[in-house]
Design a protein around this ligand. Sequence first.
Ligand code: AMP
Ligand code: MG
Length: 336
Amino acid sequence: MKTLLLTADQTDKAAEIIKRGGLVAMPTETVYGLAADAFNGQAVADIFRAKGRPMDNPLIVHISSLSQMDRIVREFPEKAKALADRFWPGPLTIILPRSDSIPPEVSAGLDTVAVRYPSHPVAQQLISASCPLAAPSANLSGSPSPTTAAHVMSDMDGRIDAVIDGGDCEVGVESTVITLACPIPRILRPGGITAEQIREVIGDIEIDPAVIKPLAEGQKAASPGMKYKHYSPKADVILLDGDDEAFEKYINEVMDDKTAALCYNGQQERLSCICIAIGEKDDYNAYAHNLFASLRKADEMGCTKVYAHCPRKDGVGLAVYNRVIRAAGFKIISLQ
Ligand code: AMP
Ligand code: MG
């Protein structure tokens, strides 16, 4: 199939493709999403095929108005309304009891459904011109999520109907996922909306242990997406836990001409390997914004190893940690 590259003002054309049951990659404020009509089980099944995504990993339904919630969820409890009021439109996904109108393909047969109201104007226009959209990230399953239309094309050209080019995604990592379908709300995936911000609105929440640790053998994942190796470039990613001096010394000792480092601005002059700067020191918004693009860049440059600083585990740092630790297959070298 030929994949059309559409401009941001061609959402009407994209909406026609969606209404016909086709697949369109759209920009959002987090990463590019691969969208289909959320009420069309056949179209949703095509998303899994195009990505090579395991069928037991459910998708997020994207809306452009709260009035659409009625058809998607069975209940919209007060805590969920408080979160929606504070963080929607924006990078927060809320898991709630699923309405029967949502086909089982979307939720991978679960009794719950994940919903998000994105803030990106192009995503909103596309949803308003078509319908609520089921969408995972628009990458081949397992590879780093796409934050530009070029990343989407590199994975999906020939596999989907169209890509809308909306430029760079602002946040750069996927939405925060919280489930309210349990007694104490629980973060299943950290993202641009932090645990600290959520606590300010609804009080006590838990963070699922699988956010920062691998699942134990045989352990059941609260979010099926936690099971899979994720976000990985072809190069090996290795996290280094230690201060700047130890980081630089270690890399300069082990590097070869195919070694890259994700470093902060100014650190390049002390590293002798290929350097991919990701922003100012300790700027975790920049680390999130540039992480996936940098991992893809390392592959484009033919690097076989990518060293990265081990992020902090609070604020947006937790979202970066959650992605980079999976990209690294949980490999951390302690330099303390
Ligand atoms: P992606 O759209 O690729 O960013 O992935 C969506 C994430 O949300 C995955 O990690 C899913 O496992 C998770 N998710 C979606 N729906 C549910 C649900 N009903 N229950 C638990 N996790 C979900
Ligand atoms: Mg994904």
